[in-house]
Design a protein around this ligand. Structure first.
Ligand code: SAM
Length: 345
């Protein structure tokens, strides 16, 4: 019978396997040597990778799926009209998020996908330093906390978080007043871990910045992260939005890489809140270049949400590439995108 192997045959098989293994190891050795030679020639590469980073005291104990605060938020969010998730489902979170390394390359901020090689990072960082508002560039630092993928550019620690935040705050300032003197009162819808909130309040500690989200774990992480950074930004739980987002409270609603990941029903719900609260401006950054489209369930077309914005009385005032004015950086920069600024009629 075929599957019964005699002693001689077994020895021959073992010798063959050993030979193949040592050949493979030889190739691997060579590959390692070649890689380190390449690194020597290219200079320093990625400074740190996400799970090589030490967590701050208490983080491991707090950032747990069974944390009572997280469980409470999850139960409060259930059944809410903004939570019919098509992308941000339980499976997606399990696959795309390591709770304790929420600043790693994950669902919040991609750092190793879409133009994220060494040269792309250097190019984007130098662009942000040159075109960013000088006070923003000067005031924002960076570190590797919670697994952010850091890179050294001429002695300065750089991440996608830093690059995006410099460019977004510069754009907001320009559209709002252009004088770098004060940010509008901001409602950040789909605020992730509180990235921009921390940046805005570092630049301008008096800024009134509120984060909100329809995903419980995002609310949970942003509460933790903003406290960790000692940011005065607020976090509003989803079930508080109705009562807290009211006329006269906010000047600008921000939605960065979020509506693109929501179904149209959730987007409509948020846009109703924005319009009813008479928020004057809306800043949207979609995932899909110049298209403002939702994410629907399997087999369903993505829906245009620009018409929904316009239907609620907003008109497009400015639309601009993230790496404006450079078309070359827009082509090769880290995660190129488009900025949309809407204003109430
Ligand atoms: C790619 S992350 C972007 C996070 C953040 N805006 C940033 O740029 O760092 C998408 C965000 O959208 C949020 N989100 C997903 N579905 C949402 C919904 N239905 N309503 C509001 N936010 C949602 C997620 O929880 C997450 O915070």
């Amino acid at each position: 019978m075929d599957h019964v192997v005699g002693n001689d045959r077994l020895e021959a098989l073992k010798r063959g396997a050993k030979h193949r293994l040592s050949r493979a190891l030889g190739r691997l050795d060579l590959a390692v040597v070649r890689r380190s030679e390449l690194e020597r020639l290219q200079g320093p590469r990625w400074v740190l990778d996400h799970d090589a980073v030490e967590l701050p005291p208490g983080a491991e104990e707090y950032l747990r799926v069974d944390n009572p605060r997280l469980l409470e938020l999850e139960s409060r969010y259930q059944g809410h009209p903004a939570t019919g998730h098509t992308q941000w489902t339980g499976d997606f979170l399990q696959d795309q998020l390591v709770l304790q390394y929420f600043r790693g390359d994950n669902a919040y901020v991609w750092q190793k996908r879409h133009n994220t090689g060494e040269v792309n990072f250097v190019l984007s960082a130098l662009h942000a330093f040159e075109h960013g508002h000088p006070d923003v560039v000067a005031s924002l630092g960076e570190d590797d906390a919670f697994g952010a993928f850091t890179f050294d550019v001429d002695g300065r620690v750089v991440t996608r978080d830093l690059i995006d935040s410099i460019l977004e705050l510069t754009f907001i300032d320009e559209m709002w007043s252009g004088d770098g003197q004060g940010l509008p009162r901001i409602l950040d819808i789909g605020a992730g871990y509180g990235r921009l909130a921390h940046r805005a309040t570092t630049w301008q500690p008096d800024a009134e910045y509120t984060c909100t989200d329809a995903v419980a774990v995002s609310t949970f992480i942003s509460e933790y992260y903003l406290k960790y950074r000692k940011s005065p930004a607020r976090v509003l739980a989803l079930d508080e939005v109705d009562s807290q987002v009211t006329p006269g409270r906010f000047d600008l609603a921000v939605n960065i890489h979020s509506f693109s990941e929501c179904p149209i029903d959730a987007i409509k719900w948020w846009l109703d809140q924005v319009a009813e609260a008479e928020i004057e401006h809306l800043f949207v950054v979609p995932n899909t270049a110049r298209d403002l489209i939702s994410t629907e369930g399997e087999g369903r077309h993505r829906e245009d949400f620009r018409v929904e914005i316009e239907r609620r009385g907003y008109k497009l005032e400015e639309m601009r590439p993230k790496y404006s004015p450079s078309a070359a950086v827009q082509a090769h920069g880290v995660f190129p995108a488009w900025y949309f600024w809407f204003t109430r009629n």
